[in-house]
Design a binder for this molecule. Structure first.
Ligand code: F6P
Length: 324
């Protein structure tokens, strides 16, 4: 039987996501409730290498349940790919007697944590947090629902001006190489076209759809483009050239990563934060916690890293059918 864990660390590496603070709060409070000592690692893996480790008390996480971003800060850290950097990180963990980590982040963070385990045996439980929602093993990653709602609110406003001017708007949303944000936003905004990397697109067909719409008296057209598919400006140039339509571009950018987390982002953060700590207490590691069909599940990190989350083709078809 493995000896009972006494001290854990919590870290938020990679891109921030709304709800990370809610998850930090859940981790810290669950840990303290169970008699564990808990440290916060600031500035992601870079902070672990640089020994930016702080003590967390109940009060350290007061008033953050509704705050966007991460109070622990974050940093992209390519240096962590070097074993020598991971050794520095391991030495710092040892100096604080940190025996297990809760890693709140995306798939890059998950792989980095697993590498740390393979090198030095530090157990980690991963909580999926990324606005992109591209992580296998969970229906929701923390922050996704908030980012979708933020983009949706922006697009609803753009629709007002698009209708007034009878214009076409090409709106670029985030998502790195994936179309999860674009698909959900496209469906819920009633976009006339959705362009995502996972599905081939035909710009001429989109132009034609807009023309038919105009003939039927439609006055505004929204095309949602995932950043990983094609730059929005290229879509606009093509449409202007081929259709002579009045086309404008709007790139929503990093605003999609900010703001107060929605109820869904907070709920996922509370449930997974508490579960992650309990798994460390049970002596487990090398797992990602997630929510699948309303149930909390655990998936081995090797499986999460190996498998690719799929876009729901039926949702894509439905969005196209509804927005005629
Ligand atoms: O992974 C989250 C994300 O916001 C992606 O959607 C986007 O492509 C990327 O991070 C942007 O990263 P950065 O903030 O480092 O420019």
């Amino acid at each position: 039987m493995s000896k009972k864990i006494k001290t854990i660390g919590v870290i938020t590496p990679g891109g921030d996501a709304p709800g990370m603070n809610t998850a930090i709060r859940a981790v810290v409070r669950t840990a303290i409730y169970n008699g564990l000592k808990v440290y916060g690692i600031e500035r992601g893996w870079q902070g672990l290498i640089d020994n930016n480790i702080i003590n967390m008390e109940l009060a350290s996480v007061s008033g953050i349940i509704n705050k966007g971003g991460t109070i622990l800060h974050t940093h992209r850290c390519p240096e962590f790919r070097e074993k020598s950097s991971r050794k520095k990180a391991y030495d710092n963990l040892c100096a604080y007697n940190i025996e297990g980590l809760v890693v709140i982040g995306g798939d890059g963070s998950l792989s980095a944590a697993h590498q740390l385990y393979k090198d030095f045996g530090i157990k980690a439980i991963n909580i999926p947090a990324s606005i992109d929602n591209d992580i296998y093993g969970t229906d929701y990653s923390i922050g996704f629902d908030t980012a979708v709602n933020t983009a949706l609110e922006a697009i609803d406003k753009i629709r007002d001006t698009a209708t007034s001017h009878e214009r076409v708007f090409v709106i670029e949303v985030m998502g790195r190489n994936n179309g999860f944000i674009a698909l959900d936003v496209g469906l819920t905004a009633g976009a006339e076209a959705i362009i995502i990397p996972e599905i081939p697109y035909n710009l001429d067909a989109i132009g034609q759809k807009i023309r038919y719409g105009q003939q039927r008296g439609k006055s505004s057209f929204i095309i949602v483009v995932a950043e990983g598919a094609i730059p929005a400006e290229e879509v606009a140039i093509h449409l202007r050239k081929r259709t002579k339509l009045d086309v404008r571009v709007s790139i929503l950018g990093h605003m999609q990563r900010g703001g107060s987390p929605t109820a869904i982002s907070r709920e996922v953060a509370c449930l997974l934060g508490a579960r992650a700590v309990n798994l460390l207490i049970e002596g487990k590691g090398g797992l990602m916690v997630g929510v699948l069909s309303d149930r909390i599940v655990e998936t081995p990190v090797e499986e999460v890293a190996r498998r690719k989350k799929k876009i729901n083709l039926n949702v894509y078809k439905l969005a196209n059918m509804l927005a005629t």
